[in-house]
Design a protein around this ligand. Structure first.
Ligand SMILES: NC(=O)c1ccc[n+]([C@@H]2O[C@H](COP(=O)([O-])OP(=O)(O)OC[C@H]3O[C@@H](n4cnc5c(N)ncnc54)[C@H](OP(=O)(O)O)[C@@H]3O)[C@@H](O)[C@H]2O)c1
Length: 319
């Protein structure tokens, strides 16, 4: 079969022949409709993601996809096992959920990984405390962050603070009802001032952090400053690390308010937990409450997909 194939950690994929995936007894291979090129896909394929395990090349990249079953059903599928990733004409993955009628299959392929990242956290918090209150999204201008903002609004958050750098993307988030904060500042003082303005009104119930690094440090400083706010009960969830892999955590913050700092991602959640909300998220893409843009690349142009940057998510489709 034709597949995107990577031969080493620094190589970009090329479309070549690759063996058919191994199909467990009683199963059949799925036929690719579209596979999203998410950060985790690049990270795993190049050995830079913490979940990489033992790397062997050549491999087919891709962790999830929308695919067609032998009897013609359209499914979202995930958890493909290396070296047989999802960017191939045929794929095998243990998880399958029906794509609802009316949903754009390529938007589902592009959006489920980033969309689930925030949705899982938002729905878990809502189950825990009943109402979302004020939600802060750090890195809201990225695809995952912008879907988290849309998800928080769809799930009834009282106030959603969307923090990011790109002014046009912030403007779009303002348009959907978020309060925006510009993170286009150098140095901790500017970041702290920007975040302080945004959270001074109401203490956030939930912070979704896609950035970490200096942005998280600024957020910690601001949250710590409102010390002894006995009404505060903040869940701070670390989801991505595009601004830095480490952040220093002040001791005072943990004593000065009720705050819980956790992470959400492959490893801290089981596959079952991660996928329990898959159908709900697909329904939100189908009804338009979650929206994103994507760019489709045929398998034969997978090298261009790999090099694609910008606001839209690359989705690899069959030739
Ligand atoms: N744990 C999970 O379940 C999960 C799932 C999906 C994604 N993630 C992670 O979440 C992160 C975001 O993913 P994504 O899909 O949203 O990526 P994306 O669509 O590529 O967005 C990236 C955005 O990050 C922002 N950014 C990068 N460096 C920054 C910095 N130094 N300071 C402030 N903003 C910065 C940029 O915003 P501006 O344009 O405003 O500069 C950029 O648009 C990644 O680390 C990804 O691996 C985790």
């Amino acid at each position: 079969m034709r597949a995107a194939v990577i031969t080493g950690p620094d190589a970009s994929p090329a479309c070549v022949d690759f063996p058919e995936p191994v199909v467990p007894p009683g199963h059949e291979p799925l036929h690719l409709v579209g596979a999203g090129l998410h950060h985790i896909v690049r990270g795993l394929a190049t050995g830079r993601h913490y979940g990489r395990g033992q790397m062997t090349y050549p491999l087919v990249p891709g962790i999830d996809a929308v695919a067609r079953t032998g009897d013609g059903r359209l499914v979202y599928t995930g958890y493909a096992r290396p070296p047989f990733g999802t960017m191939a004409e045929r794929l095998v993955a243990p998880f399958q959920a029906e794509v609802p009628a009316g949903a754009d299959p390529l938007a589902i392929a592009a959006g489920m990984n980033p969309g689930l990242s925030g949705w899982m956290v938002l729905t878990a918090r809502r189950k825990e405390v009943g109402a979302l209150g004020t939600v802060v999204v750090l890195g809201a201008t990225g695809l995952s962050g912008s879907l988290a903002v849309q998800g928080a609004l769809a799930l009834g958050a009282e106030r959603v603070v969307a923090a990011g750098r790109d002014p046009e993307a912030l403007e779009r988030l303002r348009g959907v009802g978020a309060t925006t904060v510009s993170l286009a500042h150098d140095g901790p003082d500017g970041l702290e001032r920007a975040l302080a303005d945004a959270v001074s009104e109401t203490s956030p119930g939930l912070v979704l952090d896609y950035l970490w690094g200096p942005v998280a440090e600024a957020a910690f400083a601001v949250l710590g400053r409102s010390g002894e706010d006995t009404e505060a009960d903040t869940s701070y969830v670390q989801i991505g690390s595009l601004a830095g892999l480490t952040a220093s955590l002040p001791a005072d913050l943990l004593r000065s308010r009720r705050i819980r700092i956790t992470g959400s991602g492959a490893g801290s959640l089981s596959a079952e937990e991660m996928l329990a909300e898959a159908s709900a998220v697909m329904a939100r893409f189908a009804d338009g409450s979650l929206q994103l843009s994507y760019t489709a690349f045929p398998l034969s142009r997978v090298g261009e997909a790999w090099a694609h940057t910008g606001r839209s998510r690359a989705v690899v489709v069959p030739d």
